[in-house]
Design a binder for this molecule. Sequence first.
Ligand code: NAD
Length: 245
Amino acid sequence: MEKTFSTAVVTGAARGIGRAVAAELLDAGYAVVLADLDAQQGQAAAAGLGEPARVRFVAADVADPVATAALMTEAASVFGGIDLLVNNAGIMIRKPPEELSVAEWRRVLDVNLTGPFLCARAAAPYLRARRGAIINIASTRALMSEPHTEAYTASKGGLISLTHALALSLGPEIRVNCISPGWIDVSAGQESLRAADHAQHPAGRVGTPEDVARALRFLADPRNGFITGENLVLDGGMTRKMIYV
Ligand SMILES: NC(=O)c1ccc[n+]([C@@H]2O[C@H](COP(=O)([O-])OP(=O)(O)OC[C@H]3O[C@@H](n4cnc5c(N)ncnc54)[C@H](O)[C@@H]3O)[C@@H](O)[C@H]2O)c1
């Protein structure tokens, strides 16, 4: 098929940050393939974007090598190629380390770390052909912790490392960067935040999915092609704040 649009694949796009990223990329002129484990919410999110000619939903588990390969093949065949991969799908299981089962540990690592590797591997031939980019969504929990978050924290630390490893292996044709968000309110108004939740941030507020989406649009832009292997911390300044009591 002839190239008509730049094309982005966004995983975990049924809601939250992924859905906001899909909307932002659509606004930037991309055709967007939304991928998610949750087919019902994913299809609703795709329909809600209101641009059927430039939007597709594909049900996929990012931890499954067969599904991720099929996702990239479908994205490339529908829109003629892939210019941008956003590895956003992620899960968290919060349990004391003595209670976290090996299966739970593995599932978190499979989705949050192996998933981005599988998606990058499957998308690489298409991205290379377009001199495209990969953007991984890690977390400030890669850099600091609350108790009982071992699997999530380790997966996100691994994702920052995977970012610079891939930047070296896939460059110069493919740029690979990472965004580490802090507290992003993805409740879509369902959760009421306290004044203190906002005030503790040096920036004066909790983040929004759109904050992440706008930063991602900047990193995706080929005009910013000198940025690769980087981790952009997007947390309203929280990781810059000393908190000794
Ligand atoms: N919200 C925050 O405060 C915050 C902060 C730092 C990092 N993050 C990261 O940002 C990303 C998005 O977070 P969010 O808050 O929007 O999450 P969310 O839970 O609202 O959405 C995550 C989406 O990923 C999908 N998903 C889960 N497992 C999947 C799988 N195996 N395959 C495909 N899709 C799958 C879910 O169905 C869901 O639609 C995650 O990687 C998360 O770790 C979020």
